[in-house]
Ligand binder design. Structure first.
Ligand code: GLC
Length: 587
């Protein structure tokens, strides 16, 4: 099909094009700019199809019958900042053996496109979607890294910061300069009254450091919609031209060798007065159209939803088999509940969230994780856990009366403060003899879940909090930098020294990966409703028998009889404090 498109550039009859067109017509059919935008979009899709490099077309073909190719068994995703991991893109290429040692299958560097100068929210304020941050390298370096990763059977995933651009982005600059083609690219309200009307239903993301969702901008002549920081201007997706530009930016990066996109802040794309302006049906239509068009241009490229919302709100981001949206989504509900279970030493809410995660459609998959570069947002579990539990967890990981060495982060009024800190520190830190067992418990459970496991840089060697952020004037006001450390390669070198915690953790991750890659899983997963509340037990079907992961969430030994071949942990009937066991029950 792709070749026909390249040859004729006539998309009109292609079912994927028609699917995208139908979504866009629903969204924009009444807009006078629509028909022209559609012609423009069609030309860009055709151009992107013909510009697709041969090596990537080949990849598309080899993956044509395996749409879930990214579920590489035993191959975790690895997430890091390029500058903090290796300085530059070229430098990163020097550390691929380190990633191979962990059997990494997906490499996700956090935003590396050209950001605005100064504070850029860790790169999430993009000034150009077609250029790399010059401090990190060039587009050529990015293509080279993508190719090198491909050669090693690793896939490059990038963020697509699709909800907003930096104020410095050319689209914003052209709007400010009065260019009519960019007149309506952002949302600018005229009066403080209007702002108040919208704000009444909105929820602040950064209530302390960036209160409100609007920023007065004299150049723009009004109040610009800024969900996050004032320099991050929300795009106006009610304008069909915005969709065209964003889709085209995605095609450009896909053709540079990006094999998957993390769609940043996906929940926020569409706004409607009187609503919280998150997870609206129009946002899902945008994603359906994007998915269909990306399948035309770069069929083997996946979309990952970053929607840190309640589980009920995240599930729709997979779409349906007929109207697919994202291929993967962060399993935020389970991640948050996992930390809660560690604090409570009880499975409670964790079991509920694992069961609910199972409600996903077969074509969608979870990205399972323990930590990432953001805070743990307790309020995302508000519909599942009692408010006093959430408050307890928030306090616990902020170190109030507990072993955890984390810090509180801002949350909307009336909700418990979110949590910051590296996993090792939240588990007690290197001085706490229980830390390695707790950290292994969390990762052992996460790797056992159906989906793609994510390893956050540093956790594989139990790197602790980056306290030095407080000494950096550019970072000191943002607690999230506490868990964005600079990779310490000297410490990492100790992974070769048996007896060190680094060796222990790195070898453990390798063992998890090796073990998983030898198992022939079938789709599906269940969580046992065992009466022993200190245990969580996950089961996954195999061709013959089943895989079982048992974790003791408590600081006390618990009896649990092994009924099978043990893969990880001991085969003793007593599961030690924070003990983890994987085994196979043959049928
Ligand atoms: C996402 C990112 C976060 C950023 C925000 C605004 O949630 O993960 O780090 O601050 O979007 O771009």
């Amino acid at each position: 099909m792709a070749d026909t498109i390249h040859a004729s550039a006539d998309l009109s009859c292609d079912p994927l094009w028609r699917q995208a067109e139908a979504c866009l017509r629903t969204l924009y059919g009444d807009d006078h700019r629509f028909e022209h935008s559609l012609i423009d979009l069609k030309a860009r899709v055709a151009d992107a199809c013909s510009a697709r490099p041969t090596a990537l077309r080949h990849l598309d073909m080899t993956r044509a019958n395996t749409p879930n190719w990214f579920l590489k068994p035993g191959r975790p995703a690895y997430c890091t900042y390029i500058d903090r991991f290796a300085g530059t893109l070229e430098g990163t290429a020097q550390h691929l053996d380190y990633l191979e040692g962990l059997k990494v299958g997906i490499f996700h560097p956090l935003p590396l496109l050209k950001p605005r100068e100064g504070n850029s929210d860790g790169g999430f304020a993009v000034a150009d979607y077609r250029e790399v941050d010059p401090r990190l390298g060039t587009m050529e370096d990015l293509r080279a890294l993508a190719a090198e990763l491909r050669a090693r059977d690793m896939s490059l995933v990038l963020d697509m910061v699709c909800n907003h651009t930096a104020r410095e982005h050319p689209w914003a600059q052209k709007m400010l300069a009065g260019d009519p083609a960019f007149a309506d690219f952002y949302i600018v309200l005229d009066s403080a009254n209007e702002v108040a009307e919208w704000e009444a239903a909105l929820q602040d993301v950064f209530p302390d450091t960036a209160p409100g969702s609007f920023t007065y901008d004299a150049g723009a002549g009004g109040y610009v919609w800024t969900t996050f920081y004032p320099f991050q201007w929300d795009l106006n997706y009610a304008n069909p031209r915005v969709f065209v530009e964003m889709a085209d930016s995605l095609f450009f990066l896909a053709n540079a060798g990006v094999e998957g996109f993390r769609l940043d802040s996906t929940a926020y794309l569409w706004k409607r007065k009187g609503t919280i302006s998150r997870n609206l049906p129009e946002t899902h239509l945008i994603l359906q159209a994007l998915r269909a068009l990306l399948t035309l241009v770069a069929p083997s490229t996946f979309l990952l939803a970053e929607a840190i919302e309640s589980q009920a709100s995240v599930l729709p981001f997979f779409g349906t088999p007929q109207a697919r949206e994202c291929d993967l989504a962060y399993n935020n509900g389970v991640m948050t509940a996992l930390w809660g279970a560690l604090a409570d030493q009880k499975a409670g809410v964790l079991k509920t969230t694992i069961a609910r995660a199972g409600e996903k459609p077969a074509h969608g998959h979870w990205l399972n994780y323990v930590r990432c570069h953001d805070d743990i947002i307790w309020l995302a579990l508000s519909d599942t856990a009692a408010p006093e539990r959430l408050t307890h967890w928030s306090d616990f990981f902020a170190g109030k009366g507990s072993y955890a060495k984390g810090e509180a982060f801002q949350a909307p009024e009336g909700f418990p403060a979110s949590g910051c800190g590296m996993a090792a520190s939240l588990c007690g830190g290197k001085d706490d003899p229980q830390m390695p067992a707790r950290l292994k418990l969390l990762y052992g459970l996460t790797y056992a879940l159906e989906g793609v496991p994510l390893l956050y840089m540093g956790d594989e060697i139990a790197l602790e909090n980056f306290d030095a952020y407080r000494d950096d004037p550019d970072l000191k006001d943002e607690v999230r930098w506490l868990h964005r450390p600079v990779m310490d390669w000297d410490t990492a070198g100790r992974r070769h020294a048996p007896g060190s915690v680094e060796h222990d953790m790195y070898a453990f991750h390798r063992q998890l990966a090796d073990t998983l890659s030898a198992i022939d899983f079938k789709p599906g997963q269940s969580v046992c409703t065992e009466a022993e509340e200190r245990l969580v037990i996950i089961e996954r079907p195999l061709a013959a028998g089943r895989f079982v992961c048992v974790a003791n969430l408590s600081a006390e030994p618990v009896i649990h009889k092994v009924a099978g071949r043990v893969l990880i942990g001991s085969d003793n009937d007593t599961l030690p404090a924070y003990g983890l066991r994987w085994f196979i029950e043959e049928s």
